[in-house]
Design a protein around this ligand. Structure first.
Ligand code: HEC
Ligand code: HEC
Length: 395
């Protein structure tokens, strides 16, 4: 910089200073505004978008490939070029020099100009660093092998649904659709072996969730059940095994019920005053959750099957168990915990919630329609309400 240049620069500097935008409070104020805006944006993202859960960690799982967050990938990649003994160059020396250079930058680059075309040194250094980081990050991203696809379930309901799917995929061939057991057919090595049910109190009561988890993860190799946990050479992640356990527990253990906010009633559309429920929308989910585990072929149930509308309306030693319009129907009396000719209270161990009993009553009174359309027609005619007609005690 020559004398004349210096002179002009000084003048410009004093002018600018007199025009006067102060660091405090003017610049600070702007910075605060922007920082506050970003803060609100982050809170918004956290509340309304969130971060999806990764699968649960499993210390036994050797197939997991650990990787740093994306913004550290470049450092991670750098490490790869300094293996073993010289790792310290990648971990300490290079990052250390980079930070040191940042500290020294004001002393190295004493160029007074602000226009970019006159700041080649600073821009050159910064450019190289940025390009380096981008390239290293990309290299790391492209050389990361894909993780085995992992299932994630965020709510209990999702967990149970996932478990149901996985059970159907991995367990049914030996334990049956509902865990009912029986003779195994078509499984090499176990042909003709008969399994006890795993859906009853004999298994559900003594086995804790942890025990069930371990049985599934490690299998029962001596009796012929293969291991399913990844750590033992099987196909399932911890998240997936937990989902199967949740499915078993909430479907087969008559002592547990879904927490209030997850109940069947909450999952189905609420009934309006005078609206008749339908089998498809309201009743089938109740039967599926509370009755079907016993009311399938091969169980003690007086041959009353409850898997379809057809079966519900026609089967059973004391059929029909549902007479449209009649609250004296066997099924209604039994869910009211009466002991009648057809049998004891249903379900045997635990009363259905009153809301669910009311849905069943309204359904029977409304003519026990199968589809939502039929139910809508029944509603239009004006359905009688159970409270008016319900017999509390049968003679
Ligand atoms: C290849 C056939 C086979 C498959 C597939 C299979 N199991 Fe088993 N399982 C068995 C055998 C055999 C036993 C031992 C039966 C016994 O002890 O009465 C068993 C035992 C069990 C037990 C303990 C029962 C008890 O009374 O001790 C549970 C629980 C169980 N299995 C759950 C599962 C689940 C859940 C799956 C699916 C992830 C599954 N099994 C897949 C064959 C299988
Ligand atoms: C734990 C097993 C189990 C569950 C769960 C269960 N039942 Fe039953 N059900 C039985 C048995 C066993 C019988 C035979 C009668 C008896 O022993 O009381 C039966 C009989 C019946 C009958 C008489 C059938 C006939 O024609 O004789 C009806 C109706 C019935 N159950 C309805 C239901 C309903 C509705 C639910 C669900 C809300 C339900 N059951 C849940 C075991 C069960």
């Amino acid at each position: 910089m020559n004398g004349e240049h210096k002179q002009r620069y000084r003048e410009k500097y004093t002018n600018a200073k007199q025009k006067g935008v102060k660091f405090f409070p003017d610049i600070i104020y702007k910075d605060l505004l922007v920082a506050f805006g970003l803060f609100i944006l982050l809170i918004g993202l956290a509340v309304f978008v969130g971060v999806p859960n990764e699968p649960k960690a499993d210390p036994n799982d050797t197939s997991y490939i650990p990787r740093p967050e994306w913004y550290f990938l470049f450092l991670f990649q750098l490490l790869k070029y300094f293996p073993g003994q010289i790792e310290w160059i990648g971990t300490a020396v290079i990052p250390g020099l980079a930070v040191l250079a940042l500290f020294l930058l004001p002393f190295i680059d004493r160029n007074p100009y602000r226009h970019w075309s006159k700041r080649k040194l600073a821009l050159g250094i910064m450019g190289t660093v940025v390009v380096g980081i981008v390239v290293l990050t990309l290299l790391a991203a492209f050389t990361t092998p894909p993780q085995p696809e992992a299932a994630v379930a965020n709510t209990l309901r999702e967990q149970i649904a996932l478990g149901e799917e996985l059970y159907a995929l991995h367990c049914v061939e030996c334990h049956g659709i509902e865990g009912e057991g029986g003779e195994i057919k078509g499984v090499p090595g176990l042909e003709g072996v008969t399994l006890k049910p795993i859906n009853d109190q004999d298994v559900m009561y003594p086995f804790t969730d942890e025990t069930l988890y371990n049985i599934i993860a490690m299998g029962q190799p001596l009796q012929g059940m293969p291991p399913f946990g990844r750590a033992f050479g099987g196909p399932l992640s911890p998240t997936e095994i937990e989902a199967i356990v949740a499915f078993m527990r909430y479907t087969w253990d008559d002592r547990v019920e879904l927490p209030e906010e997850e109940t069947v009633a909450a999952a189905m559309p609420t009934l309006k005053e005078g609206e008749v429920p339908s089998y498809d929308v309201h009743v089938a989910p109740i039967f599926k959750r509370y009755c079907v585990s016993c009311h399938v072929p091969g169980k003690k149930n007086n041959n009353y099957l409850m898997r379809t509308y057809e079966e519900v309306m026609t089967t059973g030693d004391h059929a029909p168990n549902i007479i449209p319009g009649d609250l004296g129907s066997n099924l209604i009396r039994m869910v009211h915990r009466e002991e009648i000719e057809a049998g004891g209270p249903m379900p045997p161990t635990k009363a259905l919630k009153p809301e669910l009993v009311e849905i069943l009553e309204r359904w029977v009174l409304g003519g026990a329609p199968e589809t939502a359309e039929q139910a809508a027609q029944a509603s239009a005619k004006g359905a009688p309400l159970p409270t008016a007609a319900a017999p509390t005690e049968m003679p």
